[in-house]
Design a protein around this ligand. Structure first.
Ligand SMILES: O=C(CO)COP(=O)(O)O
Length: 136
């Protein structure tokens, strides 16, 4: 994870529909941390986070239209340090190959990828600690 001083942590935020309320809640809770990060997101996730928390989020295409792939390409180019991807394990997604490609890219490039709320909390707490911030 490249969170050295050269640039703020670059975090991608993604959530499937049934996990969007959770990612918005996480973003709200960790807003003091995330405000110091460079954020990008798939389209609908980014819109919701920006609208409901006021965080500045760069929005890609919506996931089913290629947003996961755009984030994956950026990650493969070394421009994403961490991925929070709250997947819905109970609902088939039309763009499953894109989702697998993004998670695989995280493994190929050894980029931390939290795919559930508990692991997302751990990663965000780690970032908070590194920046000397308290959350809550
Ligand atoms: O489908 C997604 C990730 O696979 C998320 O896309 P949206 O944020 O555009 O809903």
């Amino acid at each position: 994870m490249d969170t050295t001083e050269r640039h703020p942590p670059r975090i991608a935020l993604i959530a499937h529909d049934r996990k969007k309320a959770t990612i918005v809640e996480l973003a709200r809770e960790f807003a003091p941390v995330l405000r110091q990060c460079s954020l990008c997101a798939t389209g609908t996730t980014g819109s919701r986070i920006a609208a409901e928390t006021g965080l500045d989020v760069e929005r890609m295409l919506s996931g089913p239209l290629g947003g996961d792939l755009q984030i994956g390409a950026r990650l493969a180019g070394g421009q994403v340090d961490m991925v929070i991807f709250l997947r819905d394990p109970m609902t088939p997604q039309p763009h499953e190959p894109d989702i697998n490609a993004l998670v695989r890219a995280c493994d190929v490039h050894d980029v931390p990828c939290a795919t559930n709320e508990a692991s997302a909390r751990m990663l965000l707490s780690l970032i908070a600690t590194r920046h000397g911030l308290t959350v809550g």
